[in-house]
Write a protein that binds this ligand. Structure first.
Ligand code: PEP
Length: 252
């Protein structure tokens, strides 16, 4: 298999530490030995250590939801790549549309984070995607291209092997409106074409491109059979063990 499917759960600002421990234990019990699908759970910072302990010794990987590009210093309230690494996390979600929309993150800032993550052996899950207004204006592909190229500026072909791209149409996130398989596949194929232009065919064929936006057990099987859809970044349906387990099964 050229690209193993990857299912990542973005818990967002949900779960206290005890709640996160319970969910992580449930997920570890059901999925802890899965090897045919890569699984990443991304709890809030406060629960990283606890969840890390709950999944220790399993095949499930740990990810953070954000990070600051600097390694340390006077950035009150921020968390750096070395701090995340010290909790044995392997992944970090960067450029999520909620961070772009509510915290004003630009492509240039996200690019700094991507570079810092890679320097610190963290694999970025780089989110790109258009708003409803942008889709209706016919600028979906242009927006996705600008975001992808902006975030990957200066990333070498060797480094990009460690990047996962997540196409998340903003209008589909947390809304229950999932992109049709054709809409999703069109953008995924476009991203792969763009990666081919930037890094060459061999490298681009290995990069995983996840779909995110109201993915759930009922719609996942169709999405996951598309040629360029290599897994999912899951919000709402990752907050409950049953649906997360079903999503992993759909990817197997
Ligand atoms: C997300 O926030 O990354 C996401 C895809 O959320 P949801 O699955 O809830 O739409």
């Amino acid at each position: 298999m050229l690209r193993k499917k990857l299912i990542a759960g973005n818990w967002k600002m949900n779960k206290t530490v005890p709640e996160a421990a319970t969910l992580a234990q449930e997920i570890a019990a059901e999925l802890g030995r899965v090897t045919d699908v890569d699984i990443v759970v991304c709890p809030p910072f406060t629960a990283l250590e606890t969840v890390g302990k709950a999944i220790e010794g399993t095949t499930i990987k740990l990810g953070a939801q954000n990070m600051h590009p600097e390694a340390g210093g006077a950035y009150t309230g921020e968390i750096s790549a070395p701090m995340i690494r010290s909790l044995f996390a392997t992944h970090v979600i960067l450029g999520h549309s909620e961070r772009r929309a509510y915290f004003g993150e630009t492509d240039a800032f996200i690019n700094k984070k991507v570079l810092a993550a890679l320097t610190n052996q963290l694999r970025p899950i780089l989110c790109v995607g258009e708003t409803l207004a942008e889709r209706e204006a016919g600028s979906t592909l242009k927006v996705v291209q600008t975001q992808t190229e902006g975030a990957l500026a200066g990333v070498t072909a060797e480094q990009v092997n460690n990047v996962v791209v997540a196409y998340e149409p903003v209008w589909a996130i947390g809304t229950g409106k999932v992109a049709t398989t054709e809409q999703a596949q069109e953008v995924h194929a476009f991203i792969r074409q763009l990666l081919t232009k930037l890094y060459g065919e061999t490298v681009a064929q290995k990069i995983r491109i996840l779909y995110g936006g109201s993915m759930k057990p009922s719609n996942a099987p169709q999405l996951l059979t598309q040629k360029d859809i290599d897994g999912g970044l899951i919000g709402g349906a990752a907050l409950e063990a049953r649906s997360f387990v079903e999503l992993v099964s759909a990817a197997a």
